[in-house]
Design a protein around this ligand. Structure first.
Ligand SMILES: C[S@@+](CC[C@H](N)C(=O)[O-])C[C@H]1O[C@@H](n2cnc3c(N)ncnc32)[C@H](O)[C@@H]1O
Length: 188
Protein backbone atom coordinates (compact mmCIF):
# COMPACT_ATOMS: atom_id res chain seq x y z
CA UNK A 1 0.00 0.00 0.00
CA UNK A 2 2.72 2.53 0.80
CA UNK A 3 5.94 0.65 0.17
CA UNK A 4 6.22 -0.61 3.74
CA UNK A 5 8.94 -3.25 3.85
CA UNK A 6 7.96 -5.13 7.02
CA UNK A 7 11.47 -6.61 7.43
CA UNK A 8 12.35 -6.72 11.10
CA UNK A 9 15.68 -5.26 12.11
CA UNK A 10 17.95 -8.25 12.95
CA UNK A 11 19.07 -8.72 16.55
CA UNK A 12 22.77 -8.13 15.77
CA UNK A 13 21.93 -4.69 14.33
CA UNK A 14 20.78 -3.82 17.86
CA UNK A 15 24.45 -3.70 18.88
CA UNK A 16 25.26 -1.25 16.06
CA UNK A 17 22.37 0.97 17.15
CA UNK A 18 23.79 1.40 20.67
CA UNK A 19 27.25 2.38 19.45
CA UNK A 20 28.19 5.51 21.46
CA UNK A 21 29.39 7.17 18.21
CA UNK A 22 25.71 7.53 17.29
CA UNK A 23 25.46 10.23 19.97
CA UNK A 24 27.43 12.49 17.66
CA UNK A 25 24.77 12.53 14.94
CA UNK A 26 21.57 11.36 16.66
CA UNK A 27 21.92 12.62 20.20
CA UNK A 28 18.88 11.47 22.23
CA UNK A 29 18.98 14.36 24.70
CA UNK A 30 19.20 16.95 21.94
CA UNK A 31 16.45 15.30 19.89
CA UNK A 32 14.07 14.74 22.80
CA UNK A 33 14.55 17.64 25.19
CA UNK A 34 11.82 19.81 23.63
CA UNK A 35 9.22 17.14 24.42
CA UNK A 36 10.15 15.22 27.59
CA UNK A 37 9.79 16.61 31.10
CA UNK A 38 10.32 15.15 34.57
CA UNK A 39 7.55 12.87 35.84
CA UNK A 40 6.20 12.13 32.37
CA UNK A 41 5.19 8.67 31.23
CA UNK A 42 6.77 8.14 27.82
CA UNK A 43 6.80 5.29 25.34
CA UNK A 44 9.79 4.19 23.24
CA UNK A 45 8.18 2.13 20.48
CA UNK A 46 10.59 -0.23 18.69
CA UNK A 47 13.16 0.45 21.39
CA UNK A 48 15.65 -2.32 20.42
CA UNK A 49 18.46 -2.26 23.04
CA UNK A 50 17.42 1.15 24.35
CA UNK A 51 19.67 3.70 22.70
CA UNK A 52 16.83 6.18 23.30
CA UNK A 53 15.09 4.49 26.27
CA UNK A 54 17.97 5.01 28.72
CA UNK A 55 18.36 8.75 28.05
CA UNK A 56 14.55 9.04 28.15
CA UNK A 57 14.65 7.46 31.64
CA UNK A 58 17.15 10.11 32.74
CA UNK A 59 14.94 12.85 31.33
CA UNK A 60 11.73 11.73 33.10
CA UNK A 61 13.61 11.51 36.40
CA UNK A 62 12.82 9.30 39.40
CA UNK A 63 9.12 10.21 39.31
CA UNK A 64 8.62 9.34 35.65
CA UNK A 65 8.39 6.17 33.62
CA UNK A 66 9.58 4.85 30.26
CA UNK A 67 7.69 2.04 28.60
CA UNK A 68 10.07 0.32 26.20
CA UNK A 69 8.27 -1.78 23.59
CA UNK A 70 9.68 -4.21 21.07
CA UNK A 71 8.69 -7.46 19.37
CA UNK A 72 12.10 -9.07 19.99
CA UNK A 73 12.50 -10.44 23.48
CA UNK A 74 16.30 -10.60 23.10
CA UNK A 75 16.42 -6.85 22.42
CA UNK A 76 14.40 -6.21 25.59
CA UNK A 77 16.62 -8.54 27.65
CA UNK A 78 19.73 -6.62 26.59
CA UNK A 79 17.96 -3.32 27.28
CA UNK A 80 17.15 -4.47 30.84
CA UNK A 81 20.82 -5.43 31.44
CA UNK A 82 21.95 -2.01 30.21
CA UNK A 83 19.30 -0.24 32.32
CA UNK A 84 20.39 -2.14 35.46
CA UNK A 85 24.02 -1.25 34.84
CA UNK A 86 23.05 2.43 34.46
CA UNK A 87 20.90 2.39 37.64
CA UNK A 88 17.76 3.18 35.60
CA UNK A 89 15.92 -0.14 35.69
CA UNK A 90 13.28 1.06 38.15
CA UNK A 91 12.14 3.77 35.68
CA UNK A 92 11.87 1.46 32.66
CA UNK A 93 9.11 -1.03 32.09
CA UNK A 94 9.63 -3.34 29.11
CA UNK A 95 6.77 -4.73 27.10
CA UNK A 96 6.94 -7.46 24.47
CA UNK A 97 4.52 -6.60 21.66
CA UNK A 98 3.43 -8.78 18.75
CA UNK A 99 3.91 -7.37 15.22
CA UNK A 100 0.21 -6.59 14.68
CA UNK A 101 -0.54 -4.94 18.01
CA UNK A 102 1.13 -3.12 20.89
CA UNK A 103 -1.36 -4.45 23.41
CA UNK A 104 -0.51 -2.18 26.35
CA UNK A 105 -3.66 -2.79 28.35
CA UNK A 106 -4.18 -0.34 31.18
CA UNK A 107 -2.28 2.55 29.56
CA UNK A 108 -5.13 4.13 27.58
CA UNK A 109 -4.77 7.95 27.75
CA UNK A 110 -1.91 7.61 30.26
CA UNK A 111 1.06 8.43 28.01
CA UNK A 112 2.47 11.93 27.48
CA UNK A 113 4.87 11.28 24.62
CA UNK A 114 5.66 8.53 22.13
CA UNK A 115 8.90 8.11 20.22
CA UNK A 116 8.71 5.90 17.11
CA UNK A 117 12.15 6.16 15.51
CA UNK A 118 13.14 3.88 12.63
CA UNK A 119 10.33 1.41 13.28
CA UNK A 120 7.06 2.28 11.53
CA UNK A 121 8.37 1.02 8.15
CA UNK A 122 8.73 -2.39 9.85
CA UNK A 123 5.17 -2.68 11.17
CA UNK A 124 2.57 -4.64 9.18
CA UNK A 125 -0.35 -2.23 9.59
CA UNK A 126 0.71 1.36 10.39
CA UNK A 127 -2.89 2.63 10.53
CA UNK A 128 -3.57 0.19 13.36
CA UNK A 129 -0.33 1.20 15.10
CA UNK A 130 -1.22 4.91 14.86
CA UNK A 131 -4.71 4.17 16.16
CA UNK A 132 -3.18 2.40 19.15
CA UNK A 133 -0.78 5.34 19.72
CA UNK A 134 -3.78 7.66 19.61
CA UNK A 135 -5.65 5.76 22.30
CA UNK A 136 -2.55 5.45 24.52
CA UNK A 137 -1.76 9.17 24.46
CA UNK A 138 -3.28 11.69 26.82
CA UNK A 139 -5.27 14.52 25.25
CA UNK A 140 -2.83 16.66 23.22
CA UNK A 141 -0.05 14.11 23.80
CA UNK A 142 2.72 14.10 21.20
CA UNK A 143 4.22 11.57 18.85
CA UNK A 144 7.68 12.00 17.35
CA UNK A 145 7.91 9.90 14.23
CA UNK A 146 11.22 9.50 12.41
CA UNK A 147 12.06 7.18 9.55
CA UNK A 148 15.48 6.54 7.96
CA UNK A 149 15.89 8.25 4.58
CA UNK A 150 17.80 5.19 3.34
CA UNK A 151 14.76 2.94 3.81
CA UNK A 152 11.81 5.26 3.37
CA UNK A 153 11.31 7.47 0.31
CA UNK A 154 9.72 10.90 0.60
CA UNK A 155 6.64 9.49 -1.11
CA UNK A 156 6.34 6.61 1.33
CA UNK A 157 6.86 8.93 4.27
CA UNK A 158 4.07 11.16 3.03
CA UNK A 159 1.83 8.12 2.79
CA UNK A 160 2.77 7.27 6.39
CA UNK A 161 1.87 10.80 7.51
CA UNK A 162 -1.48 10.49 5.76
CA UNK A 163 -2.10 7.30 7.75
CA UNK A 164 -1.22 9.06 11.01
CA UNK A 165 -3.60 11.89 10.12
CA UNK A 166 -6.32 9.38 9.30
CA UNK A 167 -5.80 7.93 12.80
CA UNK A 168 -6.36 11.31 14.45
CA UNK A 169 -2.97 13.02 14.48
CA UNK A 170 -2.15 16.57 13.37
CA UNK A 171 1.26 17.50 12.01
CA UNK A 172 2.93 20.18 14.15
CA UNK A 173 6.44 20.41 12.75
CA UNK A 174 9.23 18.48 11.09
CA UNK A 175 12.28 18.71 13.37
CA UNK A 176 15.72 17.98 11.96
CA UNK A 177 17.18 14.56 12.76
CA UNK A 178 20.25 13.33 10.88
CA UNK A 179 19.37 11.20 7.82
CA UNK A 180 15.73 11.01 8.88
CA UNK A 181 12.33 12.04 7.66
CA UNK A 182 10.47 13.33 10.67
CA UNK A 183 7.11 14.48 11.96
CA UNK A 184 6.14 15.83 15.32
CA UNK A 185 2.46 15.03 15.62
CA UNK A 186 -0.18 15.98 18.15
CA UNK A 187 -3.18 13.95 19.16
CA UNK A 188 -6.17 15.86 17.88
C1 LIG B 1 15.75 -0.28 13.22
S1 LIG B 1 15.40 -0.75 14.87
C2 LIG B 1 15.32 0.86 15.64
C3 LIG B 1 15.53 0.77 17.11
C4 LIG B 1 15.51 2.08 17.89
N1 LIG B 1 14.28 2.83 17.73
C5 LIG B 1 16.70 2.93 17.57
O1 LIG B 1 16.57 3.88 16.79
O2 LIG B 1 17.78 2.63 18.10
C6 LIG B 1 13.67 -1.21 14.84
C7 LIG B 1 13.20 -1.93 16.08
O3 LIG B 1 11.77 -2.01 16.02
C8 LIG B 1 11.35 -3.30 16.42
N2 LIG B 1 10.05 -3.59 15.79
C9 LIG B 1 9.80 -4.01 14.53
N3 LIG B 1 8.48 -4.17 14.34
C10 LIG B 1 7.88 -3.83 15.51
C11 LIG B 1 6.53 -3.79 15.95
N4 LIG B 1 5.52 -4.15 15.14
N5 LIG B 1 6.28 -3.38 17.22
C12 LIG B 1 7.30 -3.03 18.04
N6 LIG B 1 8.60 -3.06 17.69
C13 LIG B 1 8.88 -3.45 16.44
C14 LIG B 1 12.48 -4.22 15.94
O4 LIG B 1 12.46 -5.43 16.64
C15 LIG B 1 13.71 -3.36 16.22
O5 LIG B 1 14.21 -3.57 17.50
Amino acid sequence: MSGHKNDTCPFWVGYLLINPMRNLYQNPKRILEPYIREEMTVLDYGCAMGFFSLPMARMVGPGGKVIAVDIQEKMLRTLVKRAKKAGLANRIETHLAVPGTIGLEGYQEKIDFILALAVVHEVPDPVHTFTEFHSLLKARGKLLLAEPKGHVTRENFEATLAMAEKSGFTLESQPKIFRSRTALMRKS
